[in-house]
Ligand binder design. Structure first.
Ligand code: NAP
Ligand code: FE
Length: 360
């Protein structure tokens, strides 16, 4: 994980020299409004003004960004002659910034996003404002292919040059955003641990991330958090990102995309819908280890907690069957599970929440 990463209050202001060393003309990539409300965009502009660095703001990144938006943003950056990119926001603007930094090195060649080749990109700074994706430290950029009604990672590994993490940006986040994104971080840790590529190092990130996550999980229940708690949740998310940067995500992420595209279920919750089903299939000792770390006595108690906090999403059998069919075609993703998965076992995982009738 080669990203130079700082996590501290005022990280952006404190590391203005490192930001300024990236170039002379920035393209700031962000969402429609939240970075204005939580102060992150203001901090970035203050740093660029201080160092007399020109900038252009592209603030049209939608949730689950589409390839078309990436192309539009790249045109803006190309016309402005941007020589580095700063992504500010949740996973959507950060993932978008990676793809845009790549396209600005390959102008006019959007087809290269999904073609194997060099991973060269403009210098890239990422500043997260949600506590879920860990995108600031992963090489992954997930985009929506609107025509195919699905989401897919681009073919390139784009690590940022600099990540600046400041939990204070979460102060402005509604409880639903914190809940959905913290659940995403949890699923990254579970899918990283229950993964054929897990090793001592990725497990180290999962262990430390889960300790921080469990220490602060009351925030998800009561919505109250102080600055230290918010910073720790951001760190749990970054550690989860460092873990999946080594292992990749697994089956629940692979199943989740249909739910997000067709039912507009936020990413973390869409993945969480499949987490109990995945855990339930795991080897007993691994299952117990993870549940102990999270503070649950068994899969049932975990699932009950999930349903109480997030509700049971209304998903049709058609969508679940399509999710299974789509993932089955992606055998490398299916094979990240550290146990044999045939189509019946995959269906059992996909239908676990759907078939779960009672909330105790
Ligand atoms: P998001 O889609 O970036 O943002 C969700 C919502 O939260 C938006 O409405 C956004 O508003 C708002 N928001 C962001 N920060 C906020 C804050 N501090 N206060 C108040 N509101 C805030 O959410 P996300 O869950 O972080 O990212 C999901 C995306 O990341 C998905 O596309 C998923 O596939 C991807 N992902 C990537 C990786 C990876 O490794 N790269 C891993 C997992 C998921 P605005 O639109 O106004 O900004
Ligand atoms: Fe995720």
């Amino acid at each position: 994980m080669p990203v130079l990463t700082y996590s501290e209050e005022n990280a952006v202001i404190n590391h203005s020299n490192e930001v300024a060393s990236m170039g002379k003309n920035a393209l700031i990539v962000t969402g429609r409004s939240s970075s204005r409300n939580n102060g992150s965009l203001y901090d970035v502009k203050a740093v660029l003004d201080k160092h007399k660095i020109k900038y252009t703001v592209f603030d049209e990144i939608e949730e689950n960004p589409s390839v078309q938006t990436i192309i539009n943003a790249s045109k803006t950056g190309y016309e402005a002659k941007s020589d580095f990119v700063i992504g500010v926001g949740g996973g959507s603007p950060l993932d978008a910034a990676k793809a845009i930094a790549f396209l600005l090195r390959h102008p006019g060649h959007s087809e290269l996003l999904y073609t194997l080749g060099d991973d060269e990109h403009l210098p890239l700074v990422l500043i997260p404002t949600t506590c879920g994706t860990g995108s600031e430290v992963t090489p992954v950029s997930v985009l929506t292919l609107t025509n195919q009604r699905t989401k897919k990672s681009i073919s390139h590994k784009i690590f940022a040059d600099l990540a600046l993490i400041d939990g204070r940006y979460l102060k402005a986040a509604p409880i639903q955003v914190i809940r959905n994104t913290a659940l995403d971080a949890l699923t990254h840790m579970i899918e990283s641990r229950l993964n054929t590529k897990a090793d001592d190092f990725s497990r180290m990130y999962v262990d430390s991330g889960l300790d921080l996550w469990k220490k602060n999980m009351s925030v998800l229940e009561n919505g109250r958090a102080d600055t230290i708690q918010l910073c720790e949740m951001m760190n749990a998310s970054a550690m989860a990102g460092m873990a999946i940067a080594q292992t990749s995500t697994g089956i629940p992420h692979g199943l989740s995309y249909s739910l997000t595209i067709r039912k507009h279920i936020p990413h973390g919750n869409a993945v969480g819908y499949f987490t109990a089903g995945y855990l339930n299939e795991a080897d007993e000792s691994e299952k117990k280890y993870l549940l102990d770390k999270m503070g649950f006595s068994g899969v049932d108690e975990f699932h009950h907690w999930y349903l109480k906090l997030y509700g049971k999403a209304e998903v049709s059998e058609q969508i679940l069957n399509d999710a299974v069919d789509e993932l089955w075609k992606n055998q490398p993703k299916v094979k990240t599970a550290p146990f044999e998965v045939d189509i019946d076992r995959l269906k059992r995982m996909a239908y676990f929440t759907y078939r779960y009738k009672t909330v105790k």
